[in-house]
Structures are given as C-alpha cells and as structure tokens.
Design a protein around this ligand. Structure first.
Ligand code: ATP
Length: 345
C-alpha cells in the first residue's frame, strides 16, 4: 500500500506568485489570469471555483505546463517550473473527457503510462493493479472501456493518473459528464480516495455544491482573480464580496435605505435564507408580501417583497413539520437574528 499521510502538513506543494496569463487574439488581448497568488499545501484538496471564463482552467493548465505564464512564477515542491515542459513536472491531469483508449483493456489503459516510461513488466502490473484497487475496480482489469459505466470509466481515468504516483493531481471538471446521482457518489469517493493516498488535489469546478462537499479550501475565481480563499464554511458563512455571496449559495442582499431601515447599516447586509423564518424568533424583523413559494424537496423557499423595498428569500426546512401553508400574496413577517447577518464590502 501507499504511504498514508494522515494529516495535512503545512508544507507548500504549489506556490503561485503574481501569476498572469494574457491571450492575444487578432481583435484584442484577453487577460485570462490576473496576478494570482496562492499557496497550496501538501496533501490538501483545494478547489478552484468560479463561473465560466473566470480563469480557473487556465491556472490549472499553467500548473500542468500546457500553457506558459505571461509573467509570474509557479513553484512545485520548492522548484521553479514556470518555464518547464509538462513532462518535467511531477503532476498529472485528469480531464472531463477522460481520454481512455477504447481498444485496450482497463488494466492495459492503467499500465500505459508506465509502459511509456519503460517500467519493467512485473512492477507495471503490480502498480496498475494497486491503482485499480484504489478506485474500487480491482475486478475490472480485463474489461474493455465500452463495458463500463460512465462512473467506472472516470475511475479508470483516475487510476491512470494515480499509477504515476504524482505529488499533485490536477482535475479539470472530472465529474462534469456524469449524471447528478453518480456525480454526488463520485464526489464522496474522490474525497475518500484523496485522503487515503495523501496526494495534493487541485480540482476545478463551476459547481458550488461540489466545491463545498469536497474541498479543504476553496479559491473563488472571478474575472481572472481570486475573490476569496477559505474553507467551505468561511466562504459560505462569511463571503467577502457580493460576488462570492451570490455565487456560493442563495444570497439575500439588502442595500441602501432598506438596509438602513431594517438593520441600521449603511453597508450591504447579507443573510442566508435558512437563517430567516416566518414563525420563529429573532431580534430583527421585516414585513412584506409573498411573491413566490418554491418547493425544493427538503425545504420550501419563500420569496418576500419587503414593505421597506427589495426582497428577501426565506427557507423553511421540512424537518418533520408540515410544509408551510403560505400562499402568493399573503402578508408575512420575517424574523432573524442580527448575529446571523454579515456585512459586505
Ligand atoms: P470554463 O469553466 O468555461 O472552462 P474557466 O474559468 O476555466 O471557464 P478559462 O478557460 O481559464 O476559464 O478562460 C479564461 C478566459 O481566457 C476566457 O475569457 C477565455 O475565453 C480566455 N481564453 C482561454 N483560453 C484561450 C485561448 N487559447 N485563446 C484566447 N482566449 C482564451
């Protein structure tokens, strides 16, 4: 078995300094990544989260060596690799369209990288079998990729990367092609696997729930820059900017005169829907009329147009109580605690 690294050590595995990438197109210059600074620790599961076009994939491709930075540096395990080709870097990448070879068996697919590196046959076999066992496919070595499910094929792609025992594994939306159920299952499996093998994972996704589920830390990207870096809880409960509040979870923002009237604040105030109730207690309250009632399975979301202006969304959990009976147009009073508010900007 591989050496298990039980706790995240604080040694830096990847260090990005003032990293910048411009793409020159005939029409204009696109700044895809704008002065990023980030330290990723050994054994950490870090997620680059952001909307399409925010620069996450470009950062990943620069760490892998598929793109060279316009300026700034990339240090892997203490060594500046900024100008080095991909094969000189101790990283492996798993893409969404996991390119596994259809004519080879699963075991041959996993062995392939080692064969290229001229690793002797017996060792190759042993390591490939170990990597397959790691992704719970020990009994699937003889199959062809066409005889596997989508999730199993994705695991073969993972085993192909793991067999090289890289210090760092880069994953670019690797679960993007899977249906929701399988995706959720793979999220848990991937996190378990990462903990077990102790490899540093850098994971790219635009899916905030995926990021919250799996990551030790999340870097939220916007316009080529990191807006916030923190644990899932820090990002969700204390978003640093309006963008982060809106992108991670459902944001309730109250501003200007409404914020002043309801909370006495001159800054923008945010409060998560699950902190607001129609019936419960709280030292804050706001009256209004129900604009929309949305049943979302484990809760009901109630969108309320406030008498003071603006709107707030309350989320009433279905925790054994009967779902709320409010209807569109009803006059309601919302309650929450000031301690649950956070100020933005
Ligand atoms: P997605 O989730 O859609 O993959 P992303 O956050 O990973 O998005 P990038 O792929 O890093 O974003 O792209 C960042 C910006 O750089 C975008 O505006 C994109 O159009 C641009 N870009 C990326 N690659 C190139 C290229 N080869 N030539 C020109 N522009 C590019």
């Amino acid at each position: 078995m591989w050496k298990v690294i039980p706790l995240m050590t604080r040694e830096v595995a990847i260090s990005l300094r003032d990293l910048r990438k411009e793409f020159r197109t005939p029409a204009r210059t696109v700044v895809a990544v704008d002065s990023i600074n980030l330290d990723v620790y050994n054994g950490e599961f870090i997620t680059l989260l952001g909307p399409s076009g925010s620069g996450k994939t470009t950062v990943l491709r620069m760490i892998a060596g598929f793109e060279l930075p316009t300026s700034g540096s990339i240090v892997l395990d203490g060594q500046d690799v900024s100008q080095q080709p991909p094969f000189d870097r101790d990283v492996n990448t798993v893409f969404q369209d996991y390119a596994i070879f259809p004519h080879m068996s699963v075991l041959e697919n996993v062995e392939y990288g080692l064969r290229v590196k001229k690793v002797p046959a017996a060792e190759r076999r042993r390591r490939a079998e170990e990597a397959l066992a790691n992704v719970a496919l020990a009994d699937f070595g003889d199959r062809k990729p066409s005889q596997l499910s989508g999730g199993q094929r994705q695991r073969v792609a993972l085993a192909r990367a793991l067999v090289n025992r890289p210090k760092v594994l880069l994953l670019d939306e690797p679960l993007g092609a899977l249906d929701l159920k399988l995706r959720e299952q793979m999220q848990i499996e991937l996190k378990e696997l990462q903990r077990e093998v102790g490899i540093t994972f850098v994971f790219v996704t635009h899916d905030q729930e995926e990021a919250l589920t799996m990551s030790d830390r999340i870097a939220v990207f916007n316009n080529g820059a990191i807006e916030q870096l923190g644990t899932a809880q820090e990002i969700y409960e204390h978003p640093a900017t309006e963008f982060v509040a809106g992108f991670v979870g459902v944001a309730n923002l109250i501003k200007g005169e409404t914020a002043q009237a309801l909370t006495g604040q001159s800054r923008t105030v945010s409060i998560r829907p699950e902190k607001i109730t129609l019936a419960g207690a709280g030292d804050r309250q706001a009256s209004g009329h129900v604009r929309e009632v949305i049943y979302v399975g484990n809760a009901t979301r109630i969108i309320v147009a406030l008498d003071a202006g603006g709107q707030l969304i309350a989320s009433e959990p279905h925790d054994g109580r009967a779902p709320t009976s409010v209807k569109v147009g009803d006059a309601v009073t919302l309650h929450w605690f000031a301690a649950q508010e956070y100020l933005i900007g």
